[in-house]
Design a binder for this molecule. Structure first.
Ligand code: SF4
Length: 348
């Protein structure tokens, strides 16, 4: 069934309700709508398939999915809503644990963003995920499985096998984690779907840019930032900044986005730029926070790939490892991981 005819029979619902279903694609309300639409996996709208595919790729590469929720066009909203169950199917069929894990996390990140603005929906959504919250309390087992690390049972208020979710942010984190776990469970199960989806899932596996996915190392638990493991291009840029020579916009952008994505805290980054001509601490801080997505549009910028670095002439002194990677952050990750492994072995 095409979206146009779906939309025609769907006008009984208003745009705000559809938008809710796009924001919360696992909710009971959304499931009812999808059932009503009789979404047919045998002959789906190609645009829904395309959105589903892109949703998985975005999730893996950017650690975030950004469904169109603001549209006033019911066709677009229906497409977004239907893309979610199909994206789960595609992630599952990829058979790639990295893709599955990243995709599930990205969906949870999107949910967290929406719920931070609309916490009033969190309890209902928790119930939709199978964990009812009664008077702020959740069952002990559910809490132990899904509560964010920092809110674990120390100081938790217990009552008859239940735990109180005291703070709003705890509740939001809890529901986001429940959602992530639910997606991981769903996409781990074998799925019987038309064969065409297997080839689309294979395309995703081939197309997804893993270097981009690694553009943030925050979640990789690599330990404190270690400048001695930086790639030669970044070492050269640090030397340039420290020398007090003028630094054009592109090298400045490259260095700051690399350091941010390598998880270096803001203050040491500022110190690196301090010797540059006309240094202004407030401006530099603003610029770094802007690149982190804490200011302005909220977009977090990734560091340029090796290809772009070559284009800008900032790829210098490449070594043997450079021949095996496509992104300066991949270089750093490989070095840090082998350092960690060497440390683990010598400690054994
Ligand atoms: S190949 Fe990549 S990591 Fe190596 S120096 Fe060039 S830009 Fe840097």
């Amino acid at each position: 069934m095409r979206i146009t005819s779906l939309a025609r029979c769907f006008r009984i619902f208003d745009i705000n309700r559809l938008s809710y279903c796009v924001r919360y694609p696992f909710s009971s309300r959304t499931k009812d709508m999808v059932k009503l639409l009789k979404f047919d996996l045998e002959s789906p709208d190609p645009l829904v398939v395309e959105r589903a595919k892109q949703r998985v790729i975005d999730g893996v590469e950017r650690n975030l999915v950004e469904p169109e929720t603001q549209s006033r066009n019911d066709k677009i909203l229906i497409r977004e809503m239907l893309a979610f169950p199909l994206a789960k199917i595609l992630a599952s069929l990829s058979g790639d644990s990295f893709v599955k894990r990243r995709y599930a996390r990205a969906e949870a990140n999107a949910l967290r963003r929406f719920l931070e603005k609309e916490p009033q929906f969190a309890s209902q959504l928790s119930a939709d995920l199978g964990v009812p919250i009664t008077e702020g309390f959740v069952p002990f087992v559910a809490y132990a499985n899904a509560a964010p690390e920092q809110y674990k049972l120390v100081n938790a208020e217990l009552d008859s096998g239940r735990v109180r979710l005291r703070r709003q942010e705890t509740l939001v984190e809890f529901v986001a984690e429940l959602f992530r776990q639910r997606i991981e469970e769903d996409i781990a199960k074998p799925m019987k779907v038309p064969k065409r989806y297997t080839s689309i899932a294979a395309e995703i596996k081939g197309e997804v840019n893993r270097d981009k996915a690694y553009s943030s190392v925050k979640e990789m638990n690599l330990g404190p930032v270690t400048t001695s493991e930086f790639p030669p291009c970044i070492t050269a840029l640090i030397e340039l900044a420290q020398s007090g020579a003028p630094m054009a916009h592109q090298p400045r952008f490259t260095l700051s986005t690399f350091l941010i994505n390598a998880n270096m805290p803001i203050d040491p980054i500022i110190e690196i730029f301090r010797p540059t001509p006309n240094f202004n601490e407030n401006k530099t801080r603003y610029y770094i926070e802007y690149s982190m997505g804490k200011k302005g549009s909220g977009t977090k910028y990734s560091a340029p790939s090796c290809e772009k670095m070559k284009f800008y002439g900032t790829c210098v002194n490449p070594d043997a490892l450079c021949g095996r990677i496509k992104h300066p952050l991949s270089y750093y990750i490989v070095k840090m991981r082998s350092k960690k492994q060497a440390g683990d072995k010598s400690g054994a």
